[in-house]
Design a protein around this ligand. Structure first.
Ligand SMILES: [Cu+2]
Length: 191
């Protein structure tokens, strides 16, 4: 019983640390212009940024400082492949903002960074701090549904004669799923 409560607490902690409450949209390229639009906005930790490759051949590479055309030294520095722009059906890349502070990025295709000043900033604020310079809001990117197994693997196949105990377990899993959705809404409301 104790382990079950601990699982729920762990789930809540996970939710509050990873609840994606906002997804911001940045267009990469614009009708022949080598730009990120918008190129400077505030977001909150836990938010996501979706890059839409709408025009030209570009990529997104994290830098350590503003207007620097060199990849960040961080081991987990963000980078995308080069995408060919397509306004009707743009390739999309998602950056999850896991740390507070300014993030810098640029395009390293040809000399877009050095010659065309194709670089930009995202100011990542603490959760709950209202952005002063909001970006462009977009629909949330597709997320994977976490497995609700309480740490144990689900049975490989459904038993032919479900017993009363398995029915109870299913009810509990459904309750946990409802709890999860409710908490996600709450976390997004308050953060
Ligand atoms: Cu570029």
């Amino acid at each position: 019983m104790m382990i079950k409560y601990l699982s729920v607490i762990a789930l809540i902690a996970l939710l509050f640390s990873f609840a994606n409450c906002e997804n911001w949209s940045v267009n990469v390229g614009d009708a022949g212009k080598k730009v990120f639009e918008p190129n400077n906005f505030d977001a909150n930790v836990g938010d996501t940024v979706t890059f839409n490759f709408v025009d030209g051949n570009h990529d997104v590479i994290q830098a350590d400082t503003f207007a620097t055309c060199a990849k960040s030294a961080l081991p987990n520095a963000y980078s995308t492949p080069v995408h060919a722009g397509n306004a009707a059906a743009p390739a999309k890349e998602v950056w999850t903002l896991t740390k507070t502070g300014p993030l810098y990025y640029y395009c390293d295709v040809e000399e877009h960074c050095a010659k065309d000043m194709m670089y930009a900033t995202i100011n990542v604020l603490d959760a709950g701090v209202a952005p002063k310079v909001p970006g462009v809001k977009a629909a949330a990117p597709p997320t994977t549904t976490p497995a609700l197994t309480n740490g144990t693997a689900p049975p490989a196949s459904t038993p032919p004669m479900p017993s009363a105990s398995s029915a109870v377990r299913t009810d509990k899993q459904i309750s946990v799923a409802f709890l999860y959705v409710a908490l996600l809404s709450l976390a997004c409301y308050f953060l």
